[in-house]
Design a binder for this molecule. Sequence first.
Ligand code: ADP
Length: 479
Amino acid sequence: MRVLIASSEAITYCKTGGLADVAGVLFKELNVMNIDARLILPLYGSISRDFELTDTGIELRIFLDRRFYSGRVYTHNKAIFIGCDELYGREGLYGDKTGDFADNALRFSYFCKAVIEVCKAIDFRPDIIHLNDWQTSLVPLYLRKEYSGDDFFRDTLTLLTIHNLGYQGLFPPEDLSATGLGQEVFNPDGIEFYGKVNFLKAGILYADILSTVSRKYAEEITTTEYGFGLDGILKKRSADLFGILNGIDYREWSPEVDKLIQSRYSAEDLKGKALCKEKLMKQCNIKLKKGAPLLAFVGRLSVQKGVELIIEGLDKLIGYGCGVILLGTGTKEAEESLLSISLEGRENLYIRLDFDEVFAHSVYAGSDMVMMPSRYEPCGLVQMIALRYGTVPVARNTGGLSDTIEDYNALSDTGTGFLFDDYNLAVFLESIKRALTLYPFSRRWQKLMKRGMEKDFSWRRFASEYVELYKKALKERLK
Ligand code: ADP
C-alpha cells in the first residue's frame, strides 16, 4: 500500500502542536509496518537551516492568484519538502508575533496544489492521500475539479483527519482568487461559510473519508455545541466519519527511560517520582507542607483549554494547600492576563510562559495531578502523557479526555482520574476537591496512579488503526 501523508507540520521537522506528533510518528510507524509511506511538508525556513536535504532538481510551476509561483522539491529520506522561498522561507509556520501571515490562503493553496503535482513529478501513485486539517483540505476539491479526468489519480482515495474543528482556515472572500478556484464553488453548498472562504469545509465535503482524533469527538462534532457551524455537513457525512485516538511515543514519554527527569521510576517502583517532585519544587521555588499535592497545567493558553477556569480558581487552589505550576504559551491576551496575576501572597504558584519541552518532562514527572478543564478537546496528549507518569488527570468529560480517562469510583475503587461535566468553576473545583479528598490515602492514591500508568496509548495501536481504516476504505471502493 502507498500512502502520502500531507501535513503542515510533523516531528522531527517542525512542530507547533499535537498535529506534528501525530503526522510525524504515523509516517514513521507506517514505514516500520512495511507500508510505503511518504510525508510531505512545506519547506519552512527553520527546516532548510536544520536539516541537510537532497535537492531532487524537480521544479514546480503553479498558477494561482493571477501568476505563476515557482517551487522546488527536496527530500530527506522518505519525507518530501515543497520549497518556495517567497511563501515558506520565513520564521514561523503560520504567523509571527504580530499574528497570522496575511498570505496564508495562498501559502496553503499552493501547498495543496503541490501535494498533487509532486505525486506526478516523482511518479508516486498513492492509494491513500492522508490529509490533515484545513491546511491540506483543498486537495480533494482540486482533485475533484481539476484532475477528475486524470488517470494518474484514478485509484487514489483521500482521507481527511480533523485534529481540531476550531481551526478551519477561514479567509475573506477576496482570498478566493488565491485558491485559484472559481466563483462556482463559492456558495453555501461549496466552500463559502457565512461570506468567507472555508478551507476545512472543502475537505469535509470532498474527501472520500473523514476521521477525527477520538471516538467521542467524532460524535460531538456533529452537534451544534461542538460543531463550529459545520455540524450540519458533518452529520450528513457521519457514515464516513471515524474516530481514531491519537497515541504517544513511549520511547520519549516513559518515566522508566526518560533521561530528562531527575530520577527514573515505574509503576512497580514509584520512589523516583518523589525525587522528581522535590527537584521540581526546588526549581520553581515552591514550598509545600509535607503531604500537600502539586498541580500542573501544560498546554496552549487558549479558550479551548479552559485556562480561564484555572485563573479564576487559582486562589482557591492555593487556599486548599496545593502548589500550582502553569506552563504554556498562547495568544497575547492570554499571556498578558497570566502575567498580570500578582505572585504576591501566592507563594506556591509558578508560571512559565514558554514552550519548553525539557521542562515539560520535569513537570509531568514531578507533579501529582494535571488539570485539563478544556471546553472541548479533540484528543489531548497531555492527559495521556500524565497518566504514563502517574500524574493523575482532573479533566472535563469531553472528547478524547472522555475516551482516555476513567472517572474514579470510590465504591469500586476503580478509575484513572477525575472527570467533570459542566464547564464552570464550581464544578471544576468540586472535582479537584474529590481528588484532594483521596490524595492523603496514599495506598488508594498509588493504586489510582498505577492503573493510569498501565494504560496503553501507544503509537503502535494508533498506526494499526489507521491502516485498518485505509484498508476498509479501499475495500469499500472496490465494491
Ligand atoms: P494541542 O491541542 O495543543 O495539540 P495536545 O494535548 O494534543 O494539545 O498536545 C500538546 C502537546 O504539546 C503535548 O505534547 C504537550 O506536552 C506539549 N506542550 C504544550 N504546551 C507546551 C509548553 N508550553 N511547553 C512544552 N510542551 C508543551
